[in-house]
Structure formats: structure tokens, C-alpha cells
Design a protein around this ligand. Structure first.
Ligand code: ADP
Ligand code: ADP
Length: 226
């Protein structure tokens, strides 16, 4: 749970591609914000800057009032879920979920409790010893979500987490993520191309176009305009 402020965030890549310009956004505690817009409009770049995977060219970014621009990614208390799951193929489901906690020196008992709790929430109790290649797409995406949950991070960033799933599974996982948000109330920023996902999941939608914020509003405000 966190309050997030982006002030005038701008990203110009080394090759002079201007990916994001003067992005302003205030996200309040427990919100579920969805970024939509055509491919290349700067959604991923914005998420990656928040996560610390990409430097911010100019502007300021705050979590709960603390300026975060120069905080190392692992100290940001943010968990990110990617489109391609980014699971470690040689590790079991358990080890995949435990990895980020080990890195942060959580105790063995604490890790065990957190991983088992996340596995229960996500229905992965019987798959903890499996390697990712022995899981379905939906199960892999659940493991990726599990890695975010175990951390108990302040902020979840999800970059098109469902776009590799077939449409039936996408509908199911969409409902699961919505339920997860109701249960954990973690402030979330979710990137998608999918208007239905945006409409059903968002508290507010940010419509991006060519690196600019085109519109911000509730699903009704964004999609009901004549
Ligand atoms: P998306 O479907 O989210 O737009 P892309 O296929 O554009 O993803 O990008 C995939 C990866 O390639 C990302 O890590 C992105 O940062 C990187 N990338 C995208 N465009 C460029 C580019 N013009 N030069 C270098 N890397 C890029
Ligand atoms: P989206 O997520 O909305 O598809 P991106 O944030 O991936 O958009 O990309 C925004 C713009 O920045 C695009 O023009 C893309 O080609 C460019 N871009 C993305 N990553 C890189 C990179 N690593 N180096 C250079 N240009 C990039």
C-alpha cells in the first residue's frame, strides 16, 4: 500500500528516442491504475523507471513522500510482474518464489511461511516442487504473481502480465488478479493493450499516446465519452 507521485517524468533514451514526456500522476493508496495506449507510447518505459530498471532523464518520483529517483531497485519495495513471467527455469516453483526473499536476507522460516501462504492464495500448493517447464501458462503466471506477493511490497507493477495467455485463461486470471487486489489492497499499476482488462480492473485509467499522458479518468470517464 502506497501513495505514489510522478512529477514531470521524462525519458529520452541514449539514441535520442523520446519515450516519455512530462508525465504527471498521483496515485493514492490502494488504487489499481491501468496504463493503456498503442505499442511504443511509453507504458513499459514508465513502469521500468518506477521499478528502477531504467534511469529517469528528468523529473521526480516519490513513494509515500520519499524521493525515489536514486534509490536502488532492490530497496524500492516494489514488485514487478512481466509478460514473459521471467521465471528461473532451473529453479522449482518454491525456489522461484523464495529467491527474492533470500536475496533480501529473510530468515528461512519467514521465507517458508511466506511462500506457502502465497502458494495457498494462488492454488499452487501441489506444484511447489515443479520446474516452470512442467507448468501451464496460467500456472507460470501465478508463480510470477507469487513472487510479487511474498515480498509484501508496497507497490505492484504489472507489465502486460496476461498477454501470453489464451483468451479463456486471460479472463480467469483477470478475475484472480482483481480478487487478489481486493484481498491485499496493494497499490498497483497495470499495463495492457486490452480495453476490457482496463475497464474491468482499473480504479483509474491513464491513456498514453506518443509518450504523453492523453487522458486520466475512471473507466466510465475514459470510455463513455461520446
Ligand atoms: P512492448 O511490446 O512492451 O512495446 P517491445 O517489443 O517494444 O515491447 O520491447 C521489448 C524490449 O526491447 C524492451 O525491453 C524495450 O525496452 C526494448 N526496446 C524496445 N524498443 C527499443 C529500441 N528502439 N531500442 C532498443 N531497445 C528497445
Ligand atoms: P510501450 O510499452 O507503450 O509499448 P515502450 O515504453 O516500450 O512503449 O517504448 C516507448 C518508446 O521508446 C518506443 O519508441 C520504443 O521504441 C522506445 N524504446 C523502448 N526501450 C528502448 C531502449 N532500451 N532504447 C531505446 N529506445 C527504446
Amino acid at each position: 500500500m502506497a501513495n505514489l507521485v510522478l512529477e514531470n517524468i521524462t525519458k529520452v533514451y541514449d539514441n535520442n528516442v523520446s519515450a516519455v514526456s512530462n508525465f504527471d500522476l498521483e496515485v493514492t493508496d490502494q488504487e489499481f491504475i491501468v496504463f493503456v495506449g498503442p505499442s511504443g507510447c511509453g507504458k513499459s518505459t514508465t513502469l521500468r523507471m518506477i521499478a528502477g530498471l531504467e534511469d529517469i532523464t528528468s523529473g521526480d518520483f516519490y513513494i509515500d513522500g520519499k524521493r525515489m529517483n536514486d534509490v536502488a531497485p532492490k530497496d524500492r519495495d516494489i514488485a514487478m510482474v512481466f509478460q514473459n513471467y521471467a521465471l528461473y527455469p532451473h529453479m522449482s516453483v518454491y525456489e522461484n518464489m523464495a529467491f527474492g526473499l533470500k536475496l533480501r536476507k529473510f530468515s528461512k522460516d519467514d521465507i517458508d511461511k511466506r511462500v506457502k501462504n502465497a502458494a495457498e492464495i494462488l492454488g499452487l500448493e501441489n506444484y511447489l516442487d515443479r520446474k516452470p517447464k512442467a507448468l501451464s501458462g496460467g500456472q507460470r503466471q501465478r508463480v510470477a504473481l507469487g513472487r510479487a506477493i511474498v515480498r509484501d511490497a508496497k507497490l505492484f507493477l504489472m507489465d502486460e502480465p496476461l498477454s501470453n495467455l489464451d483468451s479463456k485463461l486471460r479472463v480467469q486470471m483477470r478475475a484472480e488478479i482483481a480478487k487478489l487486489h481486493i484481498r491485499l489492497k496493494t497499490t498497483t499499476i497495470y499495463v495492457t493493450h486490452d480495453q476490457t482488462e482496463a475497464m474491468t480492473m482499473a480504479s483509474r485509467i491513464v491513456v498514453m499516446k506518443d509518450g504523453l499522458v492523453h487522458q486520466i479518468g475512471t473507466p466510465k470517464e475514459v470510455y463513455d465519452t461520446p
